[in-house]
Design a protein around this ligand. Structure first.
Ligand code: FRU
Length: 507
């Protein structure tokens, strides 16, 4: 039986969705049915469809008491909303139904595992937050919270570990039929650790081990872990809070990392080998993966960041969007990300230029990105829902450009720039002139050891975002864009003559 709180949320979202014109949302990036969205939750395949749940506050466009929103898709690109799946309606989750994951039980029922948040006054009169792991079982639409929730509470965690920061369970089934769940926690040293629990039935859990420890290296608390085997490696994804930048690898604030290492299934042991950022742009957090029916591992992140997510008008009908589903693999010891192949089925309106010469704007090198003066546009290359493959090289091999700029979502007043600086192995994205009226993070640089004979990019745009894949997907930079969709120009500029190959598709 659904609670009053859930019924009200469902009634509200159904009515409100009708007031939001489809054209005001991205085409193929999921947005909340109404109100606020953060992390993807419970990304899974169940009964013929991919399900995505999400952190959800339907009642306004800012974070609030967390529910789980729900949508389904057959290709992870075209989504259909279903009624909200979970609401904060039990004593143990009255202050929020936080992030988690999903799995299909032996008997075919669908199980959601999430973090219940409860605030309680403790002995000294202070209000304290407690986080526990809970489950709900259902049929893909309606879910019933388990009568003996929480299934993992603080009694099961190691001495000295935080009871306040204990969240975001990621569940999987092992080949031997038993279950594991990885839960983010804060160790006695104040930094992140991931705890592994085991179960035979998903309801009765016991603590197995500390699976990974941050020890203050990459940010503090680690949120939203995911773990899986990929191309013979163990891959740990997590989103650290309070990161310190290290060269170009990480950046300040809440970020995303991928640790690639060895994994021994018999002992559930992970040994770290390499670490890297997952996305080098501005807006990417809390990514989660799903194994598709044909075995592809696909990753979806929240296309926002916590430091800027509060800087918008609460009256906006929706806020927050998911990033593009990306097929992931391990290549040259790095995480390779590539737009899900089903995106290619959406392509139309092909426009192609081969060996197109762009002549130099010689003063470009000394300019910041304040204007697109001297930039050129190409007939038929414009739009805001686009898939662009681009390759650029210097006209004269001995005169490599210092700077090649691609300005998107552009007109005389607005533009967002992708700046290539091959001599320095740097790419920069800059949305300062995107129409943003807030002092949010606008720029980011990444170190990309390019193949300089020909610099390759793929850019995917969907009205309010850009995702730029460099070097065949070994480096990715993502940002959301506030620019009005009427700004659909694309311009190119270079400080030395360059040759451009470009294929553009509308999406
Ligand atoms: C990450 C996060 C999670 C938590 C959720 C709450 O973005 O802080 O750790 O479960 O958001 O909405």
């Amino acid at each position: 039986m659904n609670s009053q709180t859930l019924r009200e949320a469902r009634k509200y979202e159904e009515a409100q969705e009708k007031l939001i014109a489809k054209e005001t949302r991205p085409k193929f990036h999921l947005t909340p049915r109404v109100g606020w969205m953060n992390d993807p939750n419970g990304l899974c395949y169940y009964e013929g469809k991919y399900h995505m749940f999400y952190q959800y506050h339907p009642y306004d466009a800012h974070w609030g008491p967390m529910h789980w929103g729900h949508a389904v898709s057959t290709d992870l690109l075209h989504w259909e909303f279903l009624p909200a799946a979970l609401a904060p309606d039990e004593f143990y989750d009255k202050d929020g139904v936080f992030s988690g994951s999903a799995i299909t039980l032996e008997d075919g029922r669908h199980l959601l595992m999430y973090t219940g948040v409860m605030k309680r006054t403790v002995e000294n009169g202070q209000m304290k937050e407690f986080q526990t792991q809970c489950v709900a079982v259902g049929d893909g639409i309606d879910y019933e919270k388990y009568e003996n929730n929480p299934v993992i509470n603080a009694d099961l965690i190691p001495e000295g570990s935080s009871k306040t920061d204990f969240r975001d369970p990621k569940i999987w089934k092992k080949k031997d039929g038993t279950y594991r769940v990885l839960v983010a926690n804060r160790a006695a040293d104040g930094s992140g650790q991931l705890l592994l629990f085991k179960s035979n039935d998903c309801f009765k859990w016991e603590f197995e081990k500390v699976f990974a420890s941050n020890k203050g290296r990459y940010g503090l608390m680690w949120e939203c872990p995911d773990f899986f085997e990929l191309d013979g490696k163990g891959v740990l994804l997590t989103s650290p809070q309070d990161m310190l930048p290290e060269g170009f690898e990480f950046h300040n604030g809440n970020g995303n990392i991928c640790i690639i290492g060895g994994y021994d299934d018999a002992t559930d042991s992970f040994t770290e080998e390499k670490v890297q950022a997952v996305d080098y742009g501005i807006d990417y957090y809390a990514m989660q993966t799903v194994e598709m029916v044909d075995g592809r591992r696909v990753m979806i992140g929240w296309m926002q960041n916590w430091d800027t997510a509060g800087a918008h008008d609460a009256r906006e009908p929706w806020f927050g969007q998911m990033a593009l589903p990306r097929e992931i693999s391990i290549k040259d010891g790095r995480l390779r990300q590539w737009p899900i192949k089903e995106l290619e089925d959406m392509r139309s309106g092909k426009v192609e230029y081969k060996d197109f010469e762009i002549s130099a704007t010689t003063d470009l090198k000394d300019r910041d990105s304040e204007s697109i003066d001297g930039a050129i546009s190409l007939e038929g290359i414009n739009g805001r829902c686009l898939d662009i493959e681009l390759e650029v090289r210097p006209k004269d091999v001995d005169a490599m450009f210092d700077k090649f700029v691609i300005s998107i979502a552009a007109d005389e007043k607005y533009h967002t720039d992708i700046v290539l600086r091959p001599k320095e192995n740097i790419a920069k994205i800059d949305r300062k002139f995107s129409g943003s009226r807030r002092a949010i993070v606008h720029q980011r640089r990444a170190h990309i050891p390019w193949n300089k004979d020909s610099i390759k990019l793929r850019i995917v745009m969907d009205r309010y975002s850009m995702e730029v894949f460099f070097e065949d997907g070994l480096y990715v930079m993502t940002a959301s864009l506030p620019t009005d969709v009427s700004c659909d120009g694309i311009f190119f500029n270079t400080n030395e003559d360059a040759i451009l190959n470009i294929v553009k598709y509308d999406l």
